[in-house]
Write a protein that binds this ligand. Sequence first.
Ligand SMILES: Cc1cc2nc3c(=O)[nH]c(=O)nc-3n(C[C@H](O)[C@H](O)[C@H](O)COP(=O)(O)O)c2cc1C
Length: 175
Amino acid sequence: MSEVHFRFTFKLFMERILQVISFLKMKEVLVVYGTCSGNAELVAQAIAEGLSDANLNVSVKRSELVKAEIVKDFRLIVLVCSTWNVGKLNDNYIQFDKDFREMNLKDHYVGIVGLGDSSNYDIFCGAADVMELSVERTSATQLGESLRVDGPPHGRLMEFKDWGNNIGNMYLQHV
Ligand SMILES: Cc1cc2nc3c(=O)[nH]c(=O)nc-3n(C[C@H](O)[C@H](O)[C@H](O)COP(=O)(O)O)c2cc1C
């Protein structure tokens, strides 16, 4: 093997090692939620319970209080956001989404949860549509179908806990 060839192979090998180390250093699940009047927070907490029941280590953060780069430290990211302003992401989540969509998250898994209200608004749960596009841009793998919560979530928390549990189990089958 020539020296040039050796150096090239060694460089590739070291890059792969660094990639594996950073993957192993990743924590498990991050749930990020954006809310205006608290509903997305309730849903996020119920989902986190379901994920914990799948024996995953879960952190829950408010979108406006974290930098989007934090997601790089987690293998599974669950995004939860309500729809406001005619089918759009709510204001507290917009900056997070702007930064999130610019990242490369090829080795990461994502679950998506939008909230909306089809009986009062023409564009139902547009937040989920916007998040789907953002996730696609990052090259992350979306697990399952996006959950679209229609109307007030109170009294239906078991449903969201089960959804979280399913996503957790789907994730465990991938890793
Ligand atoms: C001012 C306002 C605008 C809304 N716009 C939409 C909308 O365009 N589409 C939709 O499906 N739901 C819409 N909703 C419903 C909210 O998404 C729904 O009530 C959600 O549960 C609120 O969650 P949050 O408390 O986490 O913000 C709107 C609600 C309000 C108060």
